[in-house]
Write a protein that binds this ligand. Structure first.
Ligand code: ATP
Ligand code: FE2
Length: 334
């Protein structure tokens, strides 16, 4: 066993990705995953949950085997963390059941982790940030978040669909395969002409639904696909940069962290990094492996919570498919 370090097992399974990792504050010791791929169309919650229950044993075996080759045995773990929500109910329940069983068998605490907070915590940990404004952009979420008085507060968010969903919908319409974000990014790169599209920021909130429809209309009217992709990105990302900049100014913070699947986009990174440079703020985004859904983000957040004396009694460990970011009491920033 590693001397004196706390070690936590984290299990993620809010949607299509089932993964487990053992971490210490120094890094990831072992990880394993299994991904549910729907035969066609969208994700079906019950089928995804069946995938998780059929594969969780094998995923845990792999993570324990790798950990033991690193000298870490199950009895060396200090806690078991799991994704308690938000997410698909049947998937969450499968993962929670396994986590409870492990916690009882090993006689160690259980820690229910909010999936969105975990995206933030793994980003802060990986990028070495203390108190950033967070832009969380994924297939299900688009939020501008900052810590204030014991909670991660949502300062701005989408009024309709998320940016990732808008990109995926548009991509599907023009015949590109899921996930659409990376394909739109590629097509946008060489394009030069801008097609005017609606820019919608209301206070600190933004909207992508009208933009996605207008982009479809522009494509139907014969605008070259590359130009529409480029214009889609420029318009949507400018909206995110505007609100992100206002959050930095309003909160008086000097760090900006980009997390969620859309954080892989190079143009979005470039635009945010230019804005931060202008303001003298630090900009960063975690390594790819910590950006998409992963077990390490649950484990790291569980570890931070454990260090702060927060654990979840079994009777309070019911999953919460609508668990909001600002419901979590954050005691570890101040
Ligand atoms: P969450 O549950 O946290 O909302 P998720 O299930 O949506 O996460 P993620 O992997 O965080 O999963 O995000 C997936 C989204 O990221 C998809 O909409 C995809 O199109 C988008 N995406 C991935 N790569 C890129 C890219 N290079 N540019 C733009 N969007 C991207
Ligand atoms: Fe996620």
């Amino acid at each position: 066993m590693k001397s004196g370090e706390k070690l936590v097992l984290g299990i993620e399974g809010t949607a299509w990705n089932l993964s487990a990792a053992v971490v210490s504050m120094k890094g990831v010791i072992a990880e394993a995953e299994s991904t549910y791929t729907p035969p066609s169309g969208g994700i079906h919650p019950r089928e995804a949950a069946q995938h998780h229950s059929a594969n969780i044993g094998e995923v845990l075996d792999r993570v324990f085997n790798t950990a033991s080759s690193e000298g870490v045995l199950p009895e060396d773990l200090s806690a078991v963390a799991f994704s308690q929500g938000p997410g698909l109910g049947p998937c969450l329940r499968t993962v929670a059941t396994s986590a409870r069983a492990l916690s009882l068998t090993l006689g160690i605490p259980l820690i229910g982790v909010n999936h969105c907070v975990a995206h933030i915590e793994v980003g802060r940990w990986n990028c070495g940030m203390r108190d950033p404004v967070v832009l969380y952009v994924s297939g299900a979420n688009s939020q501008v978040i900052a810590y204030r008085r014991g909670r991660y507060r949502v300062f701005g968010e989408t009024l309709d669909i998320s940016i990732g969903n808008a990109l995926d919908k548009f991509a599907r319409y023009v015949g590109l395969q899921h996930p659409g974000g990376p394909k739109v990014e590629k097509l946008a790169e060489p394009a030069e002409e801008y097609v005017p599209l609606p820019y919608v920021v209301k206070g600190m909130d933004f909207s992508f639904s009208g933009l996605a429809t207008a982009a479809r209309d522009a494509f139907d009217a014969g605008a070259p696909l590359g130009n529409v992709c480029r214009s889609f990105q420029e318009t949507a990302f400018s909206m995110l940069v505007e609100v992100g900049e206002r959050a930095l100014a309003h909160c008086g913070k000097s760090e900006m962290l980009l997390v969620g699947g859309v954080a892989a986009n190079r143009r979005l990174n470039e635009m945010l990094s230019l804005m931060c440079e202008d303001r003298g703020a630090r900009f960063d985004t975690p390594e790819d492996r910590f950006v998409r859904d992963n077990g390490a983000m649950i484990a790291i957040t569980g570890l931070i919570m454990l260090e702060n004396g927060i654990t979840t009694p079994v009777e309070a460990s019911a999953v919460n498919p609508n668990y909001r970011t600002d419901e979590v009491e954050v005691t570890w920033i101040d």
